[in-house]
Design a protein around this ligand. Structure first.
Ligand SMILES: Nc1ncnc2c1ncn2[C@@H]1O[C@H](COP(=O)(O)OP(=O)(O)OP(=O)(O)O)[C@@H](O)[C@H]1O
Ligand SMILES: [Mg+2]
Length: 361
């Protein structure tokens, strides 16, 4: 196992920068998720680490070697793709053994590795079956097993769960987590599903437009998003963002109301480049009132979505749709007038010009 270091990695296709000056370090044994919307450069970044495509600039190190000019087969990596093509006519055992036979390992050593991988992935009882006799999740485990027997320094995975149905995906998510835990493997894992990233990864690299936005633990990314993109991409339902104007110790709305700010938040708002700021709040930090109340602002109910344990409502506030979670016993109707209270300790303020989180100066 080994660390992976990306330094100022670039990949351009003509005038398009698919990966633009990306730097981060995956520590030995860490599970890192590359996450971001479609086309943001996740697969390209993974393929650059794997050596499947040439870089336009920068350096990649795996372990203590710069691998820029090494072939994929010499990089000591194993890839698991979204489409895991298993050999349909070979048993699970032979599917696992095949890459090792290709490398001309002794039969006894192959047998040992295959049985160890089957144990780690809990599929000893499946070894004599053919792929068509397996469920989707079991086939996925065979694909993982094939990477595992190679005993690589680093596992690279590109959306390996995206072909599975929702239930299986959740199950495989925890199995992958166990797999990582048991092996203490270094894993770089691509997903566009922020929930998958948040639940599985030690760290996440949030990308947008080829640029790395934030690299940190899921908890820190969630608590302190660096800009409005990260704020709205991580978390479900998304953080609500309301454009307002800063004026002294308050935020004011063209609708005529104002929200008084704590001293700390007033200092943050004062640090914005213009007086335009964006107020951010997660659904769970908001309190709903049916009458005006201190620290609250007026809104109008748009939709109400009961989910059983919790009810989500969307409220129009100053032209923005704001998500709020409510106790399911709260009765609420579309178009009802309500007041939403913000928690001064847990609201976020962003600079509307730069989209960056504001810090108190
Ligand atoms: N061979 C190529 N030639 C030209 N442009 C490419 C090539 N490969 C990728 N791109 C472009 O580079 C950008 C990043 O692509 P990439 O496949 O890395 O995205 P992604 O984040 O993996 O997206 P998805 O979630 O849809 O898989 C996209 O704009 C894509 O169109
Ligand atoms: Mg991709």
């Amino acid at each position: 196992m080994a660390e992976v270091v990306l330094s100022h990695v670039m990949k351009s296709y003509g005038s398009l920068y698919a990966v633009n000056d990306v730097s981060f370090t995956v520590e030995h044994g860490e599970f890192v998720a590359l996450v971001g919307p479609s086309g943001c450069g996740k697969t390209t970044t993974l393929n650059l680490i794997a050596g499947l495509i040439p870089m336009s600039g920068g350096d990649i190190a795996i372990g203590d070697r710069i691998v820029n000019d090494l072939d994929p087969k010499d990089r000591d990596i194993a890839m698991v793709f979204q489409n895991y093509a298993l050999y349909p006519n070979k048993t699970v055992y032979k599917n696992l053994a095949f890459p090792l036979q290709m490398r001309k390992l002794p039969a006894a050593e192959i047998d040992l590795k295959v049985r160890k991988a089957a144990e780690v992935l809990d599929m000893v009882h499946l070894l004599e079956r053919k792929p068509r006799e397996l469920s989707g999740g079991q086939q996925q485990r065979v694909a993982l097993g094939r990477a595992l027997v190679r005993d690589p320094a680093v596992f690279l995975m590109d959306e390996p769960l995206s072909n599975l149905d929702a239930k299986l995906r959740v199950q495989m998510r925890s199995e992958l987590k166990r797999f990582h835990h048991n092996l203490n493997a270094t894993v770089v894992y691509v997903t566009h599903d922020q929930l998958e990233a948040v639940t599985m990864a030690d760290k996440m690299a949030v990308m947008n437009g080829g640029v790395l936005q934030q690299y940190d633990s899921p908890a820190n990314v969630f608590a302190n998003p660096v800009n409005t993109f990260v704020a709205s991409f991580i978390g479900s339902p998304a953080m609500s963002l309301i454009p307002l104007e800063a004026a002294g110790n308050a935020l004011i709305s063209p609708e005529g109301w104002e929200l008084p700010l704590s001293a700390m938040n007033a200092r943050k708002a004062a640090a914005s480049t213009t007086n335009k700021v964006i107020l951010g709040a997660r659904h769970s930090t908001l309190t709903l009132h049916k009458a005006p109340s201190p620290g609250s602002v007026p809104g109008k109910v748009y939709t109400v979505e009961p989910t059983g344990d919790v009810t989500f409502a969307q409220i129009f506030i100053n032209g923005a749709l704001v998500n709020i979670s409510l106790d399911p016993t709260v009765a609420l109707a579309p178009d009802e007038h309500v007041w939403v209270e913000f928690d001064q300790e847990r609201l976020h303020l962003f600079d509307a010009e730069t989209t960056m989180a504001l810090a108190a100066s």
